[in-house]
Design a protein. Structure first.
Length: 374
């Protein structure tokens, strides 16, 4: 299959990189430190070139189980896995912080569960936190909070978590570092005739090819989880690359060779705005003055000062229509405030909002990235 179109993670303004347990931790439970230092060097080079980086890192259970001397890698029981995760997460976060810190980069830890991305309000909170950390020049390190998650409320693997993180952060690319170099027509360890798949423009056509087996025995998803992650990312307009992670300097190697399986996707902004414009149901209506309407047409966000009327009982994250003083619908977007709070701050300057609401305000009533002109 020939590669269709260019995929250049190096040119993505905001990039998510997922690192699996089998890459970070050796079979004996020791950190593959020399390899990890080369990956961090790659990340630091991208960071210093102006790229915003989000890391999704597995490894807490593997590291914690070794520290606690638990059987079966800490997976003999749910309780063991949770204890290993709680212990290993400190080690994992400290490791990333130390190595990134050597390059003058500040790391931040975010532990999340499935509910943080399934519940709309919590999704928006996670999105806002990621955005602010990146604005501050911090590299967020995400992992599933396995110390409290159960089978019923788990992502189950960090590939899918990485895809949802890319969606929440508005990333332009996602790289899944893998223990194999990409997707094949069959399992290459079992079928010598398996052919490498260079580019995947249609995820549905290849879903049957993915295996759930993990060659290391440490991971939890295998290639099937990576294909599912690509499906999630595609819906958000985020292209995905599955890349060999075991060699030293894996990101630099990918930049040089381009070797990996690429899942193409539509432009992320177009995908989001097409979804907004195509919604049949909205939860409310915001009427704005002429100055605000002019600002929206110029690509600005909607601020509270421009609000002159509010209809509906919407919640933060709901879709609302934006109308001008003549009642004409000019835009649609995802609102950053509940209806009651929006009514309280309508027409007010940004510097007055904290005093009215009693908490730090959002940057806009509707951010320009969550708004489409009609």
């Amino acid at each position: 299959m020939q590669r269709a179109g260019a995929f250049s993670p190096a040119s993505a303004g905001r990039l998510v990189v997922k690192v699996g347990s089998s890459l970070l931790v050796a079979a004996d439970g020791e950190v593959r430190r020399e390899w990890l230092e080369t990956l961090v060097a790659d990340l630091a080079a991208r960071y210093k070139a102006g790229q915003q980086i989000i890391l999704v890192s597995s490894g807490a259970i593997a590291l914690g189980s070794r520290k606690l001397k638990l059987a079966k890698g800490g997976r003999a029981s749910l309780e063991d896995a949770q204890a290993a995760a709680a212990t290993g997460q400190i080690i994992l976060a400290g490791l990333w912080s130390e190595l990134l810190g050597k390059h003058g980069i500040v790391a931040a830890q975010m532990l999340v569960t499935l509910g943080d991305f399934e519940d709309r309000r919590r999704f928006l909170n996670a999105s806002a936190t990621l955005d602010r950390l990146l604005q501050l020049g911090v590299v967020p390190i995400l992992n599933e909070n396995d110390s409290v998650a159960t089978e019923e409320i788990r992502f189950g693997d960090n590939d899918r978590l990485a895809a949802r993180a890319a969606q929440a952060a508005g990333a332009q690319a996602l790289i899944l570092l893998s223990d194999i170099d990409g997707l094949y027509t069959a399992n290459p360890s079992e079928d010598a005739s398996a052919e490498f798949i260079d580019t995947v423009p249609d995820i549905a056509a290849i879903a049957h090819m993915a295996s759930r087996a993990s060659s290391s025995g440490m991971g939890s998803g295998g290639m099937a989880a990576k294909v599912e992650a690509a499906r999630i990312a595609h819906a958000a307009g985020v292209p995905v690359a599955i890349v060999a992670g075991k060699p030293e300097h894996p990101l630099a190697a990918f930049d040089r060779s381009g070797h990996g399986t690429i899942f193409t996707a539509p432009d992320p902004m177009q995908a989001r705005k097409a979804w907004l414009a195509g919604r049949m149901q909205v939860e409310g209506k915001l009427t704005i003055d002429a100055g605000a309407a002019k600002a929206l047409k110029a690509g600005k966000s909607l601020l509270a000062a421009g609000l002159i009327g509010i209809e509906g009982q919407f919640r933060r994250g709901d879709a609302v229509d934006v109308v001008d003083e003549g009642g004409r619908s000019i835009a649609r977007g995802l609102v950053s405030y509940d209806a009651a709070d929006a009514r309280a701050i309508a027409g007010k300057r940004s510097d007055a909002i904290a005093g009215i609401l009693g908490y730090a305000p959002r940057s806009a009533v509707i951010h320009r990235d969550q708004l489409v002109m009609l």
